[in-house]
Design a protein around this ligand. Structure first.
Ligand code: PRP
Ligand code: URA
Length: 210
């Protein structure tokens, strides 16, 4: 399902059920991790829907028929830390993907993104790139990561988030209208501390148990 602001919101009953577990303040660290993994697997199917395939022959026990392979390499880029929580759930479907890393911490007082690490492969220009982060709040972290990826040559970019809000979607769509945006839900708004409401709290703290 696409929204007027250009985000693709995945619509699936299993996703809705998993989202209530993820949001629940009483879900333990273990349950939160398992649930985020499952959500990442579902989102991977939606985020890769546009990937091109190339026809290849495949030999079955009976005959030769037409099969398919992905035309381009795939690079998954988690925004550290919380983005790491989406990688394991995507890998069963994208087992040959390269994993790159971008480290960005949101300043707790200003909510502005502070980059602290990047490890990006030289294959970015020819790859399908999935930038992953559970939370799209002000959009500052995602826009900073997208700037870095484009400066390194990436052009086929999909941002995959779990909880987004209108402020973050507008920020990304304005600065990066060419980037596909796939999310599980769009929440109501940001509160005075720039946390998403109703949201799920601090995704990194909940995933890592800190
Ligand atoms: C969180 C989240 C996003 C960012 C979203 O990370 O994982 O990266 O905030 O907020 P924004 O859209 O306003 O930039 P945080 O900086 O708290 O770091 P962490 O992943 O290490 O917990
Ligand atoms: N980062 C989070 O982890 N949660 C929010 O609600 C906003 C930013």
């Amino acid at each position: 399902m696409s929204t007027p602001d250009g985000a693709i919101v995945m619509d699936h009953p299993l996703l809705k059920v998993l989202m209530s577990t993820l949001r629940d303040v009483n879900s333990s660290t273990g349950v939160f991790r398992q649930t985020l993994n499952k959500i990442a697997g579902l989102l991977a199917t939606e985020a890769t829907r546009h990937f091109e395939i190339t026809a290849v022959p495949v030999t079955t026990p009976l005959t030769v028929t037409q099969g398919a392979r992905l035309t381009r390499p795939v690079i998954i880029v988690p925004i550290l830390r919380a983005g790491l929580g989406l990688v394991d759930g995507m890998l069963p479907l994208l087992s040959d993907a390269t994993i790159a890393h971008v480290g960005i911490a949101r300043n707790e007082e200003t909510a502005l993104p502070e980059p602290y690490y990047a490890k990006l492969p030289s294959t970015l220009p020819e790859a399908e790139v999935l930038l992953v982060d559970p939370m799209l709040a002000t959009g500052g972290s995602a826009c900073e990561a997208l700037n870095q990826l484009k400066a390194a040559g990436a052009s086929r970019l999909t941002l995959v988030t779990v909880v987004s809000c209108p402020e973050g979607i507008t920020a990304v769509r304005t600065a990066h209208p060419d980037v596909r945006l796939v999310t599980a839900v769009i929440d109501e708004c940001l509160n005075e501390r720039c946390y998403i409401v109703p949201g799920l709290g601090d995704a990194g703290d909940r995933y890592f148990g800190t």
